[in-house]
Design a protein around this ligand. Structure first.
Ligand code: HAM
Length: 432
C-alpha cells in the first residue's frame, strides 16, 4: 500500500485560504517598521548549538528540553533556531554592523521549539522580531512598545494589555536572587515539583509559576522592584514617564521575568485574554549584557518578537480573505480565445484589479457558478455580442441588481486610478 504522510506534529501548513491574513499582518508589520526607520535582516534557520545555550541560557526550558538539535555530516552540533535574537546578535557582530552604527533591525520567519503542542503553541511557529543595538536609553524601549501599539491599531486588534517590569542590573539581580532563594527555602514544603527543580538553577523563573498555590506563596515573597539598583530605577521610571506622556496604558507586573536568560532591565509583554493559556502575543526586553557575552563589543541592545500565529488568531474576520473583485466569464469560442488578451489589457489599465479569469470552458451557467464560488462580488461576461460591440456585461453576484452592458473603455476609465480597496465601490457606481 502507498503510505500517506501527515505533517510533523506541531508543524502546520498555511493553506491558501489563510495566506491572505498572513500577508496582511506581514505587510502591515513591514510598513509600520519601515515607518520607524527599521531595516530588514534575513538570518539562517540553523545556527551552532552553542550560540543558543550561551545566550538563552543552559537552564532555560528552551535549551534544556525544546531545541531541535542534530549533528551534521561534519559532526558539528547544529540547532534549528528556537528564536531570532541570538542569531541576529551573531550576525551583527560577525558582519561588523555595530561599528559606528546603531542599527535598528527586524526579521521574520519560522522558529522551532519542541514544546507540547496546543492551541497557540506549536513546534514550528513564526515570529516577527525587532532588535535595536547601541542605544541604552529608555526612549528606545518606549519606541519598541509604540511600534507594537501602532501595529495592533493598524491590524484592528483590540483588547491587548501591556505588562512591563524591570529585571535590574545583573548585580542587583544576583542579590535579589539570594533573598528569593532564602525565602523559598523557608517554604520548601509548599513548593511544587517544578519550583523545587528551579530553586537553585533558575529561581527567578519560579515567579512566573501559573500554579495558584505557588502564586499565593509568591505574593508574600520579596520583590525585585524593591531591590533595584539606582540606575535601573531611573531607567524604569523614565520608561514609564514616556509611556504615560504618549498615553500607552500599562500595568507593572513584578512577576514578569521571561523565559530567556539574556534580559536585564526592561522586559515587557503584550497579552490578551482571548487566547486561553497562550495569551502572550508579543514579548521582549533589554539585553545589554548579551553582545559582550557572545564576543562582541560592549553594546546595549533591546528588542521584541511577536508570535504570528497568535496575532493571526486575533485578526478581525474581515481581514482573512483576498477574494477577487470580479470573475471574468467567457461565453463562446471566440471569447474563450480572446479572453486572456482582454484580461491582460484590463490589468494593464487597472493595476489594482483582482480578477480571476475563467479557464476550462463550459456553459455560461456553470461559469457563473464558479464565479459565485470564487467569492468575487462581480462577474464580467465577455460573449459574442460584447466582442462585436466593444462592450462588456457587468453582473453583481451578491446583490439583486439587473446586469448592465458597459463600454469596455468606460470600464477601464472608471476603474483606472482606484486602489484595491476602492475597486468594488467603483464597480457598484458603474452599474448606475
Ligand atoms: P519569546 O517570549 O520566547 O521571546 O517569544 C516571543 C513570542 O513568540 C511569544 O510571545 C509568542 O507570541 C511567540 N511564541 C513563542 N513560542 C511559541 C510557540 N511554541 N508557538 C507559538 N508562538 C510562540 C523571544 O523569542 C525573544 N527572542 C524576543 C526578543 C527579541 N527579545 C528581545 N528581542
Amino acid at each position: 500500500m502507498t503510505p500517506t504522510f501527515s505533517a510533523v506534529r506541531g508543524m502546520h501548513d498555511i493553506l491558501p485560504g489563510e495566506c491572505a491574513a498572513w500577508q496582511r499582518v506581514e505587510d502591515g508589520a513591514r510598513a509600520v517598521l519601515e515607518g520607524y526607520g527599521y531595516d530588514e535582516i534575513r538570518l539562517p534557520l540553523v545556527e551552532k548549538t552553542e550560540l543558543f545555550s550561551r545566550s538563552i541560557g543552559d537552564v532555560t526550558d528552551i535549551v534544556e528540553k525544546e531545541m531541535y538539535t542534530f549533528s551534521d555530516r561534519n559532526g558539528d552540533s547544529l540547532t534549528l533556531r528556537p528564536e531570532g535574537t541570538a542569531g541576529c546578535v551573531r550576525a551583527v557582530i560577525e558582519s561588523g554592523l555595530l561599528r559606528g552604527h546603531t542599527p535598528r533591525l527586524w526579521y521574520r520567519g519560522p522558529m522551532f521549539r519542541h514544546e507540547r503542542p496546543q492551541k497557540g503553541r506549536y513546534r514550528q511557529f513564526h515570529q516577527i522580531g525587532v532588535e535595536v543595538y547601541g542605544l541604552s536609553g529608555p526612549d528606545v524601549d518606549a519606541e519598541l512598545i509604540l511600534i507594537g501599539a501602532r501595529l495592533w491599531q493598524r491590524l484592528g486588534i483590540e483588547g491587548v494589555r501591556l505588562e512591563i517590569n524591570t529585571l535590574a542590573s545583573s548585580d542587583a539581580r544576583a542579590t535579589y536572587r539570594e533573598r528569593l532563594v532564602e525565602f523559598l527555602k523557608q517554604h520548601y514544603d509548599a513548593l511544587d515539583e517544578d519550583s523545587r527543580r528551579r530553586l537553585y538553577s533558575n529561581p527567578l523563573r519560579i515567579l512566573d509559576s501559573k500554579n495558584p498555590v505557588m502564586q499565593a506563596l509568591l505574593a508574600e515573597a520579596p520583590q525585585l522592584l524593591e531591590h533595584l539598583d539606582a540606575d535601573s530605577r531611573v531607567h524604569f521610571d523614565a520608561l514609564r514617564a514616556h509611556l504615560d506622556a504618549i498615553g500607552i496604558a500599562h500595568v507593572i507586573n513584578p512577576r514578569l521575568v521571561r523565559g530567556l536568560d539574556y534580559y536585564g532591565r526592561t522586559v515587557f509583554e503584550w497579552t490578551t485574554d482571548r487566547l486561553g493559556a497562550q495569551g502572550t502575543i508579543c514579548a521582549g526586553g533589554r539585553y545589554d549584557d548579551l553582545i559582550p557575552l557572545l564576543g562582541g563589543p560592549a553594546t546595549p541592545a533591546v528588542g521584541f518578537a511577536l508570535g504570528l500565529e497568535r496575532v493571526m488568531a486575533l485578526l478581525p474576520e474581515a481581514s482573512h480573505t483576498a477574494v477577487p473583485h470580479c470573475y471574468l466569464a467567457l461565453a463562446g469560442n471566440t471569447a474563450e480565445q480572446l479572453g486572456l488578451a482582454f484580461a491582460e489589457r484590463l490589468r494593464d489599465a487597472v493595476p489594482a484589479l483582482r480578477m480571476q479569469v475563467h479557464c476550462g470552458g463550459g456553459s455560461l451557467k456553470s461559469q457563473l457558478k464558479r464565479a459565485d464560488k470564487s467569492g468575487a462580488s462581480f462577474a464580467l461576461i465577455l460573449g459574442e455580442d460584447e466582442l462585436a460591440s466593444g462592450r462588456i456585461t457587468l453582473k453583481a453576484l451578491r446583490t439583486e441588481r439587473p446586469q448592465c452592458l458597459l463600454d469596455q473603455q468606460s470600464l477601464q476609465q472608471g476603474l483606472a486610478d482606484a486602489s484595491v480597496a476602492e475597486v468594488e465601490a467603483r464597480l457598484h457606481q458603474l452599474m448606475n
